[in-house]
Design a binder for this molecule. Structure first.
Ligand code: ATP
Ligand code: MG
Length: 138
């Protein structure tokens, strides 16, 4: 059993796609073990995307993520990290396959609706960053 951190980004909230996005993970059979709606501050956004600190799009990315509310999720299941990444779709719009969240609902490389941890270490670190231990189900 694996746990991963997922975020519905501000464009997902603006576009009223929270239910659609969470529903896809639930219908797949993945289990929600943590969930909250919040507006991330700059410090949280910068820590979350610290790996991209030196990229040209970093400033814009932090502005985007702090520009509205997000839904933070802890999702559990067998190979949850990989399954979530597959269901999100690729970063580049032309590579995001139909049937994936990005491939079905966005053409934008930045406003791409959803984040999912990209590996076991990232998942642990991101879950620790966004949730306190008592906020997650056993
Ligand atoms: P995420 O980390 O959000 O799950 P990802 O792993 O598919 O997405 P990353 O390469 O980690 O993609 O980029 C993190 C986020 O930064 C992207 O989801 C997107 O919102 C933004 N981003 C990435 N590349 C660009 C770019 N070239 N221009 C603008 N924004 C970008
Ligand atoms: Mg990433």
């Amino acid at each position: 059993m694996e746990r991963t951190f997922v975020m519905v980004k501000p464009d997902g909230i603006d576009r009223r796609l929270i239910g659609e996005i969470i529903g896809r993970f639930e219908r797949r059979g993945l289990r929600i073990v943590g969930l909250k709606l919040l507006r991330p501050d700059r410090s949280l956004a910068e820590r979350h995307y610290a790996v991209h600190r030196d990229k040209p799009f970093f400033g814009e990315l932090v502005e985007f993520i702090t520009g509205g509310a997000v839904v933070a999720l802890a999702i559990e299941g067998p190979q949850a990290i990989t399954l979530v990444r597959q269901m999100m779709g690729a970063l580049k719009p032309e590579q995001a396959a139909p049937g994936t969240i990005r491939g079905d609902y966005t053409t934008d490389i930045q406003a791409n609706l959803v984040h999912g941890s990209d590996g076991p270490e990232t998942a642990r670190a991101e879950l620790d960053l966004w949730f306190r231990p008592g906020e997650l189900l056993d």
